[in-house]
Design a binder for this molecule. Structure first.
Ligand code: 3PG
Ligand code: MG
Length: 400
């Protein structure tokens, strides 16, 4: 892993203005934060800097306001949740650059925490515009990036600032990069990847990268149907991207060449309607009725998946195996998640999971805390699984 500086490399920061990029892009419903996980993840960095007497100035985006102020994308909405998680009252400034920010910063005492308004209210942010980056940099002495989940964006507050101020990885960024290194960078073998979810089309790059890196690739969810259909299996009314048959066959060929086992379902749980409690039956994968759809992988398939998990020293997981949001089609996902959690707890497995649906699936199975690491990143985690360079991460090593 390329070297980068961490908070351990920072000393004598009392009174220093530390700009900390965090990801506060949390789900909100009726004005309330419904999942504070991302806030909880960045709390250690914020509190550590405050405790050391820094003036902690938080930078974040919220939603996609396209370069202008949008009332319901104001970070002021997140302040109460941040106060609760930190157990400390933070201050808020209604602009991230210019006089509003400067006046708020001038009032700060050592150890205070100030959140600046949504960086994406300015067009310069997403353009990584030099003048905007300089305006942000004016407010700080030091830059700490603790937003891995926004590191796939080359924006002013995620990438640009590291060229203008001494740059450090925050604790969560550090923890995330260390976990990912154990997952695919330099993993203990055998490495097994589970990839599920609805569509192959959103995960082609990811699958192509994984077959070169892992010893076995388990394909589940709706995307398994595309692979099965590509091999001549009639998937009935199942979700299937028939136009990607050739791509699926190519991925299978690449896997063979790289000595990566592709693990596809041998049975499925089928139903005639997509709803909780729908009448269902288990069928062999060659016997999917023409009027039915596969909503989960079947019990024999789960046994195989769990056997691979037992064999593995490292597991990387993105995407559920079935339609876990509607019972009873959550069974395969829950079974594999619980088995991976048990292996991890027994010290036999390093398990790394990430991507939006994956975290909900692991929470649903009640095992998110038992994995070695669960990333809160969506797009950034996928790009990492695709083997892409993340601008917000690479700049930290380039400037280290
Ligand atoms: C996320 O929610 O995945 C990150 O905060 C990045 O947000 P974005 O996809 O709007 O850049
Ligand atoms: Mg094992």
């Amino acid at each position: 892993m390329p070297a980068f500086k961490t908070l351990d490399d920072l000393s004598n920061i009392a009174g220093k203005h530390v700009l900390v990029r965090v990801d506060l892009n949390v789900p909100v419903s009726d004005g309330k934060v419904t999942d504070a996980t991302r806030i909880e993840r960045v709390a250690p960095t914020i509190l550590e800097l405050a405790k050391k007497g820094a003036k902690v100035i938080l930078l974040a985006h919220f939603g996609r306001p396209k370069g202008e102020p949008v009332a319901d994308m104001s970070l002021s909405l997140i302040v109460p949740a941040v106060n609760t998680v930190l157990g400390q009252k933070i201050f808020f400034a209604s602009d991230c650059i210019g006089p509003e920010s400067e006046q708020a910063i001038a009032k700060m005492a050592n150890g205070d925490i100030l959140l600046l308004e949504n960086t994406r209210f300015h067009k310069g942010e997403e353009k990584n515009d030099q003048a905007f980056t300089e305006a942000l940099a004016k407010n700080g002495d030091i830059f700490v990036n603790d937003a891995f989940s926004a590191a796939h964006r080359a924006h002013s507050s995620t990438e640009g600032l590291a060229h203008h101020l001494p740059a450090y990885a925050g604790r969560t960024m550090q923890e995330e990069l260390e976990a990912l290194e154990k997952g695919l960078g330099n993993p203990a073998r055998p490495v097994v990847a589970i990839v599920g979810g609805a569509k192959v089309s959103t995960k082609i790059d990811l699958l192509q990268n994984l077959v070169k890196k892992v010893d076995a690739l388990v394909i589940g969810g709706g995307m398994a149907n595309t692979f099965l259909a590509a091999q001549g299996i009639d998937v009935g009314k199942s979700l299937c991207e028939h136009d990607l048959a050739e791509t699926a066959r190519e991925i299978i060929k690449e896997a063979e060449a790289a000595n990566c086992a592709i693990v596809l379902p041998v049975d499925g749980v089928v139903a005639r309607e997509f709803k909780a409690g729908a009448a269902n039956e288990v069928v062999a994968i060659e016997a999917i009725p023409a009027d039915a759809m596969v909503l989960d992988v079947g019990p024999r398939s789960v046994e195989t998946v769990n056997a691979w998990i037992s064999k593995a020293s490292t597991l990387v997981w993105n995407g559920p195996l079935g339609a876990f949001e509607i019972e009873p089609f959550d069974r395969a996902t829950v079974s594999a998640a619980r088995h991976a959690a048990a292996e991890t707890k027994a010290g036999k497995l390093t398990s790394v999971a990430g991507g939006g649906d994956t975290v909900s699936a692991l929470n649903h199975a009640g095992v998110a805390d038992d994995f070695s690491y669960v990333s809160t990143a969506g797009g950034a985690f996928l790009e990492w699984m695709e083997g892409k360079e993340l601008p917000g991460v690479s700049v930290l090593s380039k400037t280290a």
